[in-house]
Design a protein around this ligand. Structure first.
Ligand code: NAP
Length: 519
């Protein structure tokens, strides 16, 4: 099978009248489907449960996006057994066969691109552009991993010996548990799921309870693409109820998780325990939170830096693991930068209802997040000086104003803890050396950026700024599949580098076959 070289999907330009109208009609179509009930998918069975839960629109919490089943422990057993049965045949299919199905999935996503984006506007409060970028990334994952699966799907050559023929094969692991966050509900879920299945594993998808509808759409498209029953199973329910049962199951071989530090560490601990009947060491691929910083140097274009910080801090309301939540600014330009930062926030951020294509700043995900962010803002006002924002916006949903708090000490709570909302702490550093030290002084190590025109300082940052994804003279969000393999250090996770050439190997084990040659 010959594929063209991988290229990222271009984003849709919503300033074009035609695209704008197309998105508006996608929103109307999706609105007509809100409130539907979705089943569990276990093998070829559709299952309903007695207990249900609802996914709500964060812009209008009274609006139900979908109704979902609360899976029971008995259904977990059934799903694992089904996925294990499917593994026996799916793992024996050739890489080409699996890749052909994955490319089919990519095609369906391309055809349904605006509809999928519209679901994210309703379910997680993404602006049009953010929602479209999420779908584009999901398509990129399909296309990139399809190519990678072909690359690693052939016998790998080893050092030649005269007396033997030796090859290394990457073989699948078994049944995998896929646990995504709600904030990139299609992209991250698609990335983890397709990586698992294109390498020959089978998967149980346990979506976030804040974004199960998008996940149901993925499972629907997987079926439409022709993946056999049991390869991707769909089990909804609260993480705290079904999560532990799934993670501890002796027949689950690996877990691919993206989410908070707290849940990631719990999964890591549970996965390390060996229950009776388990004959392997479970693999845990864990991508977790961030406390990402942008350093603004004296020798930099402050307007560009301010625009980069605003985009990184307030894109999708600051609810990205890569979001800038600390701006570390050198003393000589501190006041000037703060002024520009405030101006840039007022100019670039358009708050409001994300169903409106002109808006680029919507609600936070739910009432719990809203309360927690407001508490951090209160703490922040004791730890620093409020520059802008600091309150809820007067709307029905979970709207919080973009908030900047200056003069924050680098050890303060809002400078150390992941807030996961539109709150930026601005910290003063006396020189570049201190700025780098402050940048590294958290338990996380996901993304970071530096704005400076000084080559030596850029080199210094490349060497010493300890994060998985470092950006120079650009914003610290918006990693692209293939170009920016993504994953972090320390408490940000196991640095799996999603969208990179090493990623699929995490879903395989290497088997070497050595054959003695007869002479
Ligand atoms: P979360 O609260 O940790 O939830 C993540 C997933 O884990 C959800 O599907 C959740 O299901 C499930 N879960 C909860 N408790 C569980 C348990 N005991 N066992 C198994 N699964 C369980 O995180 P989130 O709020 O969805 O996402 C935000 C976090 O993700 C932030 O910390 C962000 O930085 C991080 N993130 C990291 C990356 C990265 O690449 N490093 C990317 C995106 C997001 P329920 O919803 O049902 O509880």
């Amino acid at each position: 099978m010959q594929l063209t070289e991988f290229r990222n999907q271009a984003l849709i330009d919503f300033s074009s009248e035609e695209n704008r109208r197309a998105m508006e009609s996608a929103l109307v179509r999706v609105r007509g489907q809100l409130g539907m009930e979705y089943d569990l998918v276990i093998g070829d069975e559709r299952v309903r449960c007695e207990r249900k839960f609802e996914s709500k629109n964060p812009s209008r919490p009274s609006e139900v996006v979908g109704v979902f089943q609360k899976a029971t422990a008995a259904l977990v057993q059934k799903a694992v057994a089904g996925a294990e049965a499917a593994f026996n045949t799916w793992s024996q299919r050739s890489a080409e066969e699996r890749v052909a199905l994955l490319l089919g999935l990519s095609k369906i996503m391309q055809e349904r691109r605006l509809e999928l984006a519209a679901w994210m506007v309703f379910e997680v409060g993404k602006s049009w552009t953010e929602a479209d970028a999420d779908v584009a990334e999901a398509i990129d994952f399909c296309e990139f991993y399809a190519r990678e699966a072909l690359r690693i799907g052939v016998p790998q050559e080893l050092t030649p010996l005269d007396s033997e023929e030796n090859y290394l094969y990457y073989v699948p692991l078994g049944v995998g548990l896929i646990i995504p966050p709600w904030n990139f509900p299609l992209a991250i879920l698609t990335g983890m799921t397709t990586a698992a299945v294109v390498t020959g594993n089978t998967a149980i998808v346990k979506p976030s309870s804040d974004a199960p509808t998008i996940a149901a759409k993925l499972v629907e498209m997987v079926e439409q693409a022709g993946f056999p029953p049991g390869v991707v199973n769909f089990l909804t329910g609260s993480g705290s109820e079904v999560g532990d049962v799934l993670v501890s199951h002796p027949r689950v071989r690996f877990i691919a998780f993206t989410g908070s530090r707290e849940v990631g560490l719990r999964i890591n601990e549970l996965a390390a325990k060996v229950p009776p009947g388990q004959v392997w060491i479970k693999r845990a691929i864990l991508e977790m939170g961030g406390k990402d910083a942008i350093v603004v140097d004296t020798e930099s274009n402050l307007d560009e830096a301010a625009a980069g910080v605003v985009a990184s801090a307030f894109g999708f309301q600051g609810q990205k693991c890569s979001a800038c939540s600390r701006a570390i600014v050198l003393e000589p330009v501190y006041d000037d930068f703060l002024h520009k930062l405030r101006q840039a926030t007022e100019k670039l951020i358009k708050e409001g209802d994300v169903e409106n294509g002109k808006v680029n700043f919507g609600p936070v995900i739910n009432d719990r997040a809203c309360e927690s962010i407001l508490e951090y803002i209160q703490t922040g006002q004791q730890e620093g000086r409020l520059i802008t924002g600091g309150s809820r916006a007067p709307r029905d949903g979970y709207f919080i104003r973009p908030t900047i708090i200056a003069d924050v000490d680098s050890k303060a709570r809002i400078a150390q803890e992941e807030i996961f909302g539109p709150v930026l702490a601005v910290i003063k550093a006396k020189d570049y050396e201190e700025a780098l030290q402050i940048a590294n002084d958290t338990q996380y190590g996901l993304t970071g950026a530096v704005y400076t025109d000084n080559e030596d300082k850029l080199v210094e940052a490349s060497r010493r700024f300890h994060v998985g994804n470092l950006y120079l003279n650009r914003k610290c969000t918006g990693a692209l599949v293939g170009a920016h393999p993504f994953g972090g250090f320390n408490m940000s996770g196991t640095d799996s580098k999603a969208g990179g050439k090493d990623y699929l190997l995490l879903f395989t084990q290497a088997k070497v076959v050595s054959r003695k040659l007869r002479r």
